[in-house]
Each structure stands twice: as C-alpha cells, then as structure tokens.
Design a protein around this ligand. Structure first.
Ligand code: UN1
Length: 514
C-alpha cells in the first residue's frame, strides 16, 4: 500500500491537531474536559486530539439548544428541509475525505466508509422530501359539523448517542429527520471516534452559518458515557433520546429515560442469522454471508453471526466458506485490496479471543481462524483472522452478541426447525433466508417466520437501505429510525377537534343540560 498522507485529509476536513469537542452548530466552544487522543486501529498512529465536553459545558449547550428550539420550530418544515438539502450537497463534496477519516479512525474498509457517507447523503435526500410530508390523518367526527384531525408538532431537543461502528451515519439518520421535524439535536458520539463527529460538524456548520440558522440547532458534546451518560439520559430537557449501542447499556438508558417518562429509541444488539435452504443459490449466499460476517470486521449491529444450514447443503457450504475465509485479504483499512480491516481496538481483540475460548469450553468446534495477526502491517495489534465455529444454538456464548468476525454454523433438518432455531435468541434485529422456493420465502416472512425488525430474502443481514424503518425487536430494543414513517417518533402528535356548529353536542351522546 502506498503511504497515505493523512495530514492532507485532516486539512481537507478543517481538522487541527487539537480540536474542541463542543459545538453549537455555528460556534465552537472552549471546553473544560480532558484531552482525548485518537489513534488509528489500522496503524496505531496518533491522528489528532479532541478536548472533551465537561458537565458545565453540557448544561450550557442544553440552554443554547432550548433557546434555538423556540425559533427553529417556527421555521416552516420545507424551509428546514432546504437546509438539509444543502447539508446533503455539502456532504457530497466531502464524501472522499470524510470516508477516509471514517476508515482511518474507526477501521472499516474504505469502500464501506464511502457507503457510510453515502447513507448520510441518502438520508438528507429522504428528509428533504419528508419535510413536505409531515402529514396526519383526518377522521370523521361522530358529532355534526365537527372536524377531527391529527397533526405533528416538533418535540424539542433530541439526544443522539451513537456507537463507534457507524461514526457518522447513525447521527445523520437521526439528526436529518429530527431537523426537518423541527427539533434540535445534541449529539454525544462514541469516544473512540470523536474526530469523525468534529469533522461532520465542520461540514454542516458552514451550511448553518450561510443560512443564518440560530446557534444551538445541531450540537456536539464529545464526552464519554461514564462522565455524561447518566446526566444526559436523566435530563428532562431532552424529550427523546436515540441510543445506539449494546443491550446492557441500552437497558440502563431505557430505565433512566423511562423514570422521567421521556421517550427513547433504542437500537441495541443483534444476533442475526441467515437460513440457507436446499433451494438457495449457493454462490450468492456465500457472498452475502461473507460480507455480512466480516464486513466492518463483524462490528455492525446487523453483522451475520449465525448461518443456519440445511443438512443437505451443510458440508458443501462449509467447505466453500472456509476456502474463501482463508484467502480474505486482511490489512490496513485504507488499502484498496483489503476486504477485512482491523477491530476497533485491542479490547475488542480481547473480547474476540474470550468469546472463542468460551465457544470451545461450551463444546463448539473452531474450523478456521481466531488468531491474532502479528508482524509487518499488523503492528497495531488489532488484526485477527476471521473465525468460523460449528456450534449448537443453545450455547450461552451463541445466545450473546460478540462484536467481532466470529461466525457460527448450525445444522437443521426441517424449515420449521430452522425458524425455531433462528428465533431462539434474545435479540431480534436482522435476518435473512436464501431460497428461490416461494413456500419457504413466504413462510419466513409470515407471522410464524422471522421475529426480527428486518427480514430479507436473498439479501444478507447487513447493509439495509435508509428508506426502510431501521431497528429490531426483543433485546434489540424496539426502536425504529431512518426511513418509512420513523419520523413520527421525532414529533409529538396532537388530535384536534373543531366544532363549527352553534351547538355543543358532547361525545358519546352524553346529555348535560344546565
Ligand atoms: C449499525 O450497525 O449500528 O444495515 C447500523 C446496515 C447499516 C446500518 C447498521 N445500514 O448494516
């Protein structure tokens, strides 16, 4: 790989060696928090520093955001959409440098990073259209000369807490919808990828300034959850918290937000599976399985964790899959030949190894991979050989989400059994079945089929388009964000009844004569 000059990428993104981690959209704030260094998981080099947000800084941002909401909510929605349209144009200009930063700071390969920035652009386009469609229903009243309808009003401050694995897109598909809904946003990004968040705010800040959008509409508070998490989740100033992260932390978020009767959108862990029937196209299924399992080094919440194979195709699939795994090019995320980049940090490597140990202890058989790579090109200590293991679905470790390229193979006999195995995990995010037989595919999508928020036919578990509502059931948390009518969660609904008669009839026919 030719040496990359990352200084020029930082310059293109207007990043400095030391960057403030607090922004109110149009202004960067001096902060009181600790300095955090960001290292690339690909080569272990220091990229730049960010000064974190302190608790006082946070409260100041919330005050600014509260004020901004008062005027932002009065801007007509299509005019708010116009700002989002310009943000989409600006993101198009920065797709390459921002993609490079996502890749270098987080570790996903460049192609996937470009895809992530594309998701931001796509959600901008979606939100622009949505800004003219914040519609409610009208209902017929039971009373003469009365009219009833639903309308949606802006909600207030939306707190977006995002995970390291999608350092820019998750914010975008919350923030762009929130923006057209008339809300203001306070973003707390993962402390592993602060620079991406700073870069995004530099890009959008220009648009906000040019359009004289008030200070406090899009805010950044770079602070780690230990420091700011509880304060933010318990903060009554934030009517909606959209949280992406682990089920464990998500339960705490749900509890803290719920205690104050706030709302939350929770996007938590997945344990996504592909069912491969005897009627599957083998080559297509293999490609989907590999992308699903090793894409983003197994660190998507939609990553494929389990392949449930019919016994008649099990051996052939296993052999072909292992052959592909052994040849996968592993390396620096920005090297265009790489298909498998590093894990995000050494702790993730440790978690991967611990999980493999537990697979073995619980009776599983490792059939390839699992080693940590050393030597030239792998000095950062974050590169692993992707692992495939043969297991039973009921092993404790298989029931958990391991955020790494660890793929389980499980055998089935009847479709009923496959679906039963498929659903028999605590999580319910994404799922897929590969088959050209309509009886199988429709059964999988029926009420007795997949219990996940996303169910695909002949498409892998990861890589959902932004046009659909994204999220899952059970331990995945039940939230929905991004497309379809997910925008409704970002607004408050009001039912209006208008009497245009000269009488005052009561509902339910109640007589009440004075
Ligand atoms: C996540 O991993 O948190 O469907 C989100 C996908 C992406 C989003 C993943 N569009 O894989």
């Amino acid at each position: 790989m030719k040496e990359i000059n990352f200084k020029s990428v930082l310059k293109d993104l207007h990043l400095e060696e030391v960057n403030p981690g607090v922004c109110t959209g149009t202004e960067w704030k001096k902060t009181s928090g600790k300095f955090i260094e960001s290292y690339s998981p690909s080569d272990g080099k220091l990229i730049a520093r960010v000064q974190q947000c302190g608790v006082e800084d946070y409260h100041a941002v919330i005050n600014t955001a509260k004020n901004a909401f008062k005027s932002w909510r009065m801007v007509p929605a299509p005019k708010r959409g116009e700002i989002v349209r310009q943000i989409g144009l600006e993101l198009r200009k920065y797709k390459e440098p921002l993609g490079k930063l996502v890749s270098y700071e987080m570790g996903k390969i460049y192609q996937e990073s470009l895809g992530e920035v594309q998701e931001m652009i796509d959600i901008c386009d979606f939100a622009v259209g949505q800004s003219r469609q914040l519609y409610g229903f009208t209902m017929h009243s039971e009373r003469a000369k009365h009219r009833m309808y639903d309308q949606y009003h802006p909600l207030g401050i939306v707190g977006v807490v995002s995970a390291f694995n999608f350092p820019v897109a998750v914010w975008a598909w919350n923030a762009m919808i929130a923006l057209v809904a008339g809300d203001v946003v306070v973003w707390k990004p993962s402390s592993k990828v602060y620079l991406c968040a700073v870069a995004v705010h530099k890009i959008v800040g220009k648009v906000l300034k040019e359009n004289k959008v008030p200070e406090g509409v899009l805010n950044l508070v770079a602070a780690d959850s230990k420091m700011l998490g509880d304060t933010m989740f318990s903060d009554k100033n934030i009517p909606l918290v959209s949280f992406t992260g682990s089920t464990n932390i998500g339960k705490k978020v749900g509890r803290l937000v719920g205690e104050r009767l706030g709302r939350s959108i929770l996007e938590l862990g997945g344990n996504n599976a592909i069912i491969v029937t005897p009627n599957a196209d083998m080559e297509m299924t293999l490609r989907a399985a590999v992308f699903g399992a090793v894409g983003t080094c197994g660190q998507r919440c939609t990553s494929t964790r389990r392949i449930i194979l019919h016994e008649s195709v099990y051996d052939e699939f296993k052999q072909k899959l292992v052959a592909i795994y052994r040849k996968l090019p592993i390396g620096h995320a920005l090297d265009e030949n790489t298909l498998l980049g590093p894990l995000v940090d050494k702790r993730a490597v440790q978690d991967f190894q611990n999980a493999i140990e537990r697979v073995k202890q619980q009776g599983g058989k490792i059939i390839t991979g699992g080693d940590v790579l050393e030597g030239a090109g792998f000095e950062a200590g974050t590169f692993v050989k992707p692992c495939i293991a043969e297991v039973e679905n009921n092993y404790e470790i298989v029931q958990e989400e391991t955020f790494a390229p660890l793929l389980y193979l499980i055998k089935y006999n009847t479709l009923e059994e496959a679906i039963q195995i498929h659903n028999d995990v605590p999580q319910g995010l994404s799922s897929a079945l590969f088959s050209t037989n309509m009886l199988e595919t429709e059964t999988f999508l029926s009420h007795e089929g997949s219990d996940c928020g996303i169910a695909n036919i002949n498409i892998g578990t990861s890589g959902a388009e932004i046009g659909g509502a994204f999220g899952g059931e059970k331990d995945t948390g039940g939230g929905r964000e991004s497309g379809s009518d997910a925008w409704k969660a970002y607004m408050r609904r009001q039912t209006n009844t208008i009497n245009f008669s000269t009488d005052l009839p009561l509902a339910q026919g109640i007589e009440f004569t004075l």
